[in-house]
Design a protein around this ligand. Structure first.
Ligand SMILES: Nc1ncnc2c1ncn2[C@@H]1O[C@H](COP(=O)(O)OP(=O)(O)O)[C@@H](O)[C@H]1O
Ligand SMILES: [Mg+2]
Length: 230
């Protein structure tokens, strides 16, 4: 496998945190080559799911092992370089949708394009198309506080897709939504696994996980099961 094929790949990945006098192995010896499609990550609270996501996306550096995103060795890069790889190749959807409160839905979606230096007219065109795709074309000029939770999360998904990421990361994306709004958000996320794109979906909800292409189960920082969905 050449580095360029390592769209999302981890080998012997580990993370230790110090908590006062003791060290916690939040993740141990994690090896997995993420195929295209949706991969759910499940496990009890404290099992290392968020730690894994933070390493896969280069927010944090591993204590051991290797991690590649879009062919780039995140474990060997400094913070600025990792941020560059992230902007170019990764999108994020979190439990709290954290849109910028002073920007409209359209401006929120266009924001990553602004960071990348895309000209205004092109930015707005692309942001509009993305809002249409998540069913919110009619809410473009609304501010986050004028939108429901489910609508805000759909804006967050549109924003995450703005730069057409190879990998879309979602950490409990429906955790703050009622079941109807959550279902719509989930459908949208599942539908984003196209072409070479990987979707990584952290959830404690096994019904949601069952709709992914495969499920990774973590326990005490270890990968204890890899299962293809039925
Ligand atoms: N920044 C940190 N400093 C110290 N310990 C941490 C830190 N982040 C996570 N941990 C510990 O690592 C373990 C895994 O946490 P986490 O990855 O957040 O689990 P999950 O997302 O599955 O609930 C837990 O024991 C947690 O307390
Ligand atoms: Mg977590």
């Amino acid at each position: 496998m050449s580095e360029g094929d390592r769209v999302l790949y981890a080998a012997h990945l580990g993370k230790r945190y110090r908590q006062g006098e003791v060290w916690i192995d939040a993740l141990r010896d994690f090896t997995f080559d993420f195929p295209p499609g949706v991969t759910a990550v499940v496990g009890p609270s404290g099992s290392g799911k968020t730690t894994l996501l933070n390493l896969l996306a280069g927010f944090d550096r591993p204590s051991a092992g290797e991690v590649y995103l879009a062919g780039r060795p995140l474990h060997a890069l400094g913070e600025d370089e990792r941020a560059g790889v992230r902007l170019a190749h990764a999108g994020f959807v979190f439990q709290s949708w954290n849109l910028l409160p002073t920007l409209s839905a359209l401006e929120n979606v266009a924001f990553p394009l602004l960071l990348k230096g895309v000209p205004r007219r092109e930015r707005n065109q692309r942001a509009r198309a993305l809002l249409d795709e998540v069913g919110l074309g009619h809410r473009a000029s609304h501010f986050p506080h004028q939108l429901s939770g489910g609508e805000q999360q759909r804006v967050a998904i549109a924003r995450a897709l703005a730069l057409d990421p190879l990998v879309l990361f979602a950490d409990e994306p429906t955790g703050n939504l009622d079941s109807a709004a959550g279902e719509r958000v989930l459908e949208l996320l599942l539908g984003q696994a196209r072409g070479r794109r990987r979707v990584v979906l952290v959830t404690h909800d096994l019904e949601i996980a069952a709709r992914a292409h495969r499920i990774l189960r973590l326990k005490d920082g270890r990968l204890v099961e890899v299962r293809a969905s039925p």
